[in-house]
Design a protein around this ligand. Structure first.
Ligand code: MG
Length: 366
């Protein structure tokens, strides 16, 4: 099978809550998402999506995804989309870095492989564990009482795991963590994600102030070494996210006992091929994971569901249904949350059918 062409679509995904806010006053109102269609000489087309969390979260931004794809995609025409490892090595050879540029292309090629094989992507990624996968709800940064109220509302919808966006002023964050934990049940899980927003002295103040609270601390500071310093001075369970962007970073973290859980985002690693490799490494090392992406709509949610559903249940800390955060649906067949859980499609490939009336005409093609 050969790639005959690539199309790029741009779509705006407004947030149901109006905006999403996290550390240091960062905020997004409308997500700028990019959908990629990879066409083949077998008459099969595959679809992928990439949606950075604005330009200030990871070294990635929406227009950069599209210009990168325009640089890279013409060099893949004629290559076999079902040879995923070969394709990834080629992408890394012709473009250094920029994992988020490669993510949607790789995702679309997994969709093609699944359609060609007549199997869902989750089977090809290793198998299907259980009926469904557990989700968390990210709670946008607001005053403490408002966040507690939002958690209460999402809990009523079935979620049992919550990720509070902290990384603000330490005193406010201490209030946020305490106010939310108070309204949860003992079996509920709470994560305080600072998204690199604290300096070390601020992080130490927060972890000391909530030492008696059942809460996980996620990515308190900017660098790996700063996070490791906090990790070594707290007994709270610890999650690393932004600094975990490669197999090498996972191996270093495991060797230093730097975390209990890692967050693997598909586009942070460069696609499903590399996220799968990272996932399998974590399973081998005994490290639990949050499996997700930076953001996205129905296609990314479908890709996340296949990666999460093909992960041994005890290693899946949480996953995300991003399509429920936004007002716009871009594909049929994507998973929809039921009681705080979702399951991967049993259809071939990702199991999604893009809504071209929503995507509009391609903004670029080769
Ligand atoms: Mg995080």
């Amino acid at each position: 099978m050969k790639i005959t062409g690539v199309k790029v679509y741009q779509v705006d995904l407004p947030l149901c809550e109006g905006n999403y806010s996290w550390s240091e006053g960062k905020s997004v109102d409308v997500f700028d998402s990019t959908v990629v269609q990879v066409d083949t000489d077998a008459g099969i087309s595959g679809f992928g999506e990439v949606c950075p969390l604005g330009p200030a979260y990871l070294p990635a931004y929406a227009v950069g995804a599209r210009t990168g794809i325009q640089e890279l995609a013409p060099q893949l025409v004629g290559d076999d989309p079902t040879q995923l490892q070969t394709l990834n090595i080629k992408m890394d050879r012709v473009m250094k870095g920029h994992p988020y540029v490669k993510s949607a292309i790789d995702m679309a090629c997994w969709d093609i492989l699944g359609k060609a094989a007549g199997m869902p992507v989750c089977t090809l990624l290793g198998g299907r564990y259980g009926e469904d996968v557990v989700l968390y709800r990210a709670i946008s940064q607001r005053p403490a009482a408002e966040m507690a109220e939002n958690v209460s509302g999402y809990r009523a919808e079935g979620y049992r795991r919550f990720q509070l966006k902290v990384g603000g002023k330490p005193d406010d964050d201490i209030d946020r963590i305490r106010a939310v934990r108070e309204i949860l049940q003992p079996s509920d899980k709470l994560v305080a994600d600072a998204n690199t927003g604290w300096l070390m002295h601020e992080a130490m103040r927060v972890v000391n102030a909530v030492r008696d609270v059942d809460v996980y601390i996620e990515q308190p500071c900017s660098t790996y070494d700063q996070c490791l310093s906090i990790r070594r001075n707290t007994n709270l369970p610890f999650v690393l996210d932004e600094v975990i962007d490669s197999v090498a970073a996972i191996l270093k973290g495991a060797s230093d006992h730097a975390m209990d859980v890692v967050n693997i985002k598909i586009s942070k690693f460069g696609g499903l091929t590399k996220a799968r490799q990272a996932r399998d490494l974590c399973v081998s090392l005994g490290i639990a994971m949050t499996l997700e992406d930076s953001w996205g709509g129905d296609i990314i949610t479908a890709a996340i569901s296949h990666l999460a559903h093909s992960t041994p249940t005890e290693f899946l800390f949480t996953s995300t249904d991003f399509n429920s955060y936004v007002t716009t649906s871009i594909a049929d067949g994507a998973p929809h949350r039921l009681n705080g859980r979702m399951s991967a499609s049993t259809e071939p490939g990702l199991g999604i059918r893009p809504k071209f009336e929503v995507l509009g005409d391609p903004i670029w093609e080769c």
